[in-house]
Design a protein around this ligand. Structure first.
Ligand SMILES: C[S@@+](CC[C@H](N)C(=O)[O-])C[C@H]1O[C@@H](n2cnc3c(N)ncnc32)[C@H](O)[C@@H]1O
Length: 160
């Protein structure tokens, strides 16, 4: 992947067209506020760089909005030489609002003409309620937020 192509990818993924004015209803009902690109980038910088070089490392944003985080992951993976089609296979999103979901899909697609690309994205990015325990997607993994699967916050803290 040459520099010019990667610059085009950056320009597309970070274009201002992905931002939108949030209605009061969207903010109140669904907490719709998108993370600004600069903050996304700062957060990505805090992750170990190898997460973006490992072609098998997967990422999920279970309330992905306009796909800001997923786009940043995609871009970093591509900057590390992982081809677009391979990178999107490792990126997953869930979003309650159909318009936001479609924005994320279009963004991650890079408007590719390859039908395989949209097939992967339609599989990996879904319009659903991530908290819906009846969604068939939980059948194999088990509902993440059930009491049985609850994460003990103390286990996540670094030792003092
Ligand atoms: C605070 S925004 C964050 C969006 C994105 N992660 C970001 O940081 O820019 C939360 C998003 O989650 C969606 N959302 C809210 N509840 C959800 C749910 N139960 N399942 C899936 N998506 C949800 C909203 O529609 C909104 O787009």
């Amino acid at each position: 992947m040459n520099e010019t192509y990667l610059q085009q990818v950056h320009n597309f993924l970070q274009h201002e067209c992905w931002t939108k004015k949030h209605t009061q209803t969207a903010v109140k009902q669904r907490g719709e506020v998108f993370t600004p690109p600069r903050l996304v980038s700062e957060m990505m910088d805090k992750l170990p760089p190898e997460v973006f070089t490992d072609p098998t490392k997967t990422f999920l944003d279970n309330s992905c909005g306009n796909g800001a985080f997923l786009a940043a992951v995609l871009e970093r993976k591509m900057q590390n030489g992982i081809p677009h089609k391979d990178a999107i296979k490792t990126v997953y999103g869930v979003e309650l609002d159909l318009n936001n979901c479609n924005l994320t899909k279009l963004r991650l697609s890079l408007k590719s003409a390859d039908p395989e690309v949209m097939k992967i994205i339609n599989h990996n990015v879904i319009c659903a309620d991530a908290l819906d325990s009846n969604h068939p997607g939980w059948n194999t993994a088990g509902f993440y937020w059930s009491k049985d699967n609850a994460v003990n916050i103390d286990d996540l803290r670094s030792p003092a």
